[in-house]
Design a protein around this ligand. Structure first.
Ligand SMILES: Cc1cc2nc3c(=O)[nH]c(=O)nc-3n(C[C@H](O)[C@H](O)[C@H](O)COP(=O)(O)O)c2cc1C
Length: 160
């Protein structure tokens, strides 16, 4: 089973989780980056990122250094922005072949409410089987992220 962990991360939380998951599954990693950079200040990020989610904006992605056709399974990681997944992930999922390969999804959020995000993204992921909701390192309950990741990995390997 050849696995690819695909993720977007603005402030490093999703990257950290993606690296742990890829390491445990012996999977490759692909970080999505938008051509147009996000602003540096958090207030401006909330304004611009929140607006992009509301407008269903699909950003241009930088060229990817991995070919999804070489993988059997994709594990996808996204921060929650305005209760939903991020625009860069929606851009990636425009490739239906890639969307079909996604079996597993993990979200990073400040508060842990992923209901709307799941509803919005699951319609695009016909083969989604495994889900995890992890918390930003600023949330005191993020100490449970490692055990949640263990459970997520167990599901992925059992449901392969
Ligand atoms: C534009 C923007 C919108 C956000 N909206 C939400 C939200 O609706 N709910 C929430 O729990 N966290 C929200 N967050 C917080 C992020 O989901 C959280 O900080 C996450 O850990 C960021 O992941 P990253 O470090 O990989 O970028 C938002 C962050 C940004 C930048």
């Amino acid at each position: 089973m050849k696995r690819l962990v695909v993720y977007y991360s603005l402030s490093g939380n999703t990257r950290e989780a993606a690296q742990k998951i890829a390491n445990k599954l012996d999977a490759d990693l692909l970080e999505l980056e938008t051509v147009k950079a996000m602003p540096k200040s958090f207030a401006a990020q909330i304004f611009v990122g929140g607006g992009q989610v509301v407008m269903n904006h699909i950003p241009k992605l930088k060229p990817m250094d991995k070919d999804v056709n070489n993988y059997d399974e994709i594990i996808l990681g996204s921060p929650i922005w305005n209760s939903k997944g991020v625009p860069a992930i929606n851009a990636f999922l425009q490739d239906e072949n890639a969307a079909k390969k996604v079996t597993s999804l993990f979200f990073l959020s400040a508060g842990g409410d992923t209901k709307k995000g799941l509803e919005a993204i699951t319609t695009k992921l016909p083969n989604l089987r495994n889900k995890a909701s992890l918390l930003d390192r600023k949330n005191e309950n993020s100490k449970d992220n490692d055990s949640k990741i263990e459970g997520f990995i167990a599901e992925i390997t059992q449901n392969a």
